[in-house]
Design a protein around this ligand. Structure first.
Ligand code: B12
Length: 212
């Protein structure tokens, strides 16, 4: 077993302490934070989802795996975010109404911060009204919405319509993502940017503000 194998198993088994220690060990051995995320931690969560689908795992198992993943992410955070640089723009981000999944959102935020954005994190279960109010208050260049459930992804459209109704849609670019979201879905709901993962989200956000 390598450190990566142990780390993978640690997330699946929800072993917070082992995950934090093994992540720190892997970093000390010279592995890159984004590689650890994309090759070990995220695939482990994918496996957790597959076990849930096969009914080998239940909601509490997903929850303890999510906590263990977070323990690893906390160790990686300083390596992924840039401190003390002048922001290249502001992003308002949240997980949409009815949806409590926040691991992906938090990773996107870390990568955005690492790219130089100031991010206003609205948390989870964010209503259309809350997105509208945050755009009024923080005047971001970008609004980013995350959804993990097929039942909540349609509320992205509701939030985009609410921005239109409030007369704010032309002032911001809207970026959407999350496991069930596709390029086509993003187009259908009237978003400007689709990102499949946290690093492409950060790259596309940077390109979008550069083009303003
Ligand atoms: C952990 C987890 C939970 C945890 C969440 C803990 C937390 N704090 O987030 C808990 C236990 C709370 C949970 C609850 C539920 N869950 Co859940 N959960 C998962 C699981 C296993 C992992 C999600 C995750 O964190 N993945 C890792 C992250 C890094 O990936 P990600 O979120 O996709 O994010 C990446 C990209 O999508 C992208 N991205 C994400 N957001 C954004 C936003 C933008 C703007 C951009 C550009 C990119 C982007 O970048 C990220 C990093 O690369 C998934 C299975 C899976 N593999 O997706 C199921 C899953 C999402 N859950 C599912 C279900 C059914 C539920 C429940 C309904 C279960 C129940 N019966 O109660 C509840 C719903 C609760 C609610 N109202 O939200 C289903 C959804 C099915 C569907 N098609 O709708 C899944 C797919 C499991 C399955 N295979 O059936 N869950």
């Amino acid at each position: 077993m390598t450190v990566n194998d142990d780390l993978y198993e640690g997330v699946i088994n929800g072993d917070n302490e082992a995950v934090a220690a093994l992540t720190a060990q892997a970093m000390a051995e010279g592995l890159r934070a984004d590689d650890l995320l994309s090759r070990v931690l995220i695939p482990a969560m994918t496996e957790v989802g597959q076990r849930f689908e096969r009914q080998e795992f239940f909601v509490p198992d997903m929850l303890i795996a999510a906590r263990a993943m977070q323990a690893g992410v906390n160790v990686l955070r300083p390596h992924l975010t840039a401190a003390g640089v002048k922001p290249i723009g502001t992003v308002v981000m949240g997980t949409v109404a009815g949806d409590l999944h926040d691991i992906g959102k938090n990773l996107v935020i870390m990568m955005l911060e690492g790219t130089g954005f100031r991010v206003v994190d609205l948390g989870v279960d964010v209503s259309a009204d809350k997105f509208v109010a945050a755009v009024r208050e923080h005047k971001p260049q970008l609004v980013a919405m995350s959804a993990l459930l097929t039942t909540t992804m349609m509320t992205m459209k509701v939030s985009i319509e609410a921005l239109k109704k409030a007369g704010l849609r032309d002032q911001v670019k809207v970026m959407v993502g999350g496991a069930p979201v596709t390029r086509k879905f993003a187009d259908d709901v009237g978003a400007d940017i689709y990102g499949a993962d946290a690093s492409s989200a950060a790259r596309k956000a940077k390109e979008a503000v550069a083009a303003l």
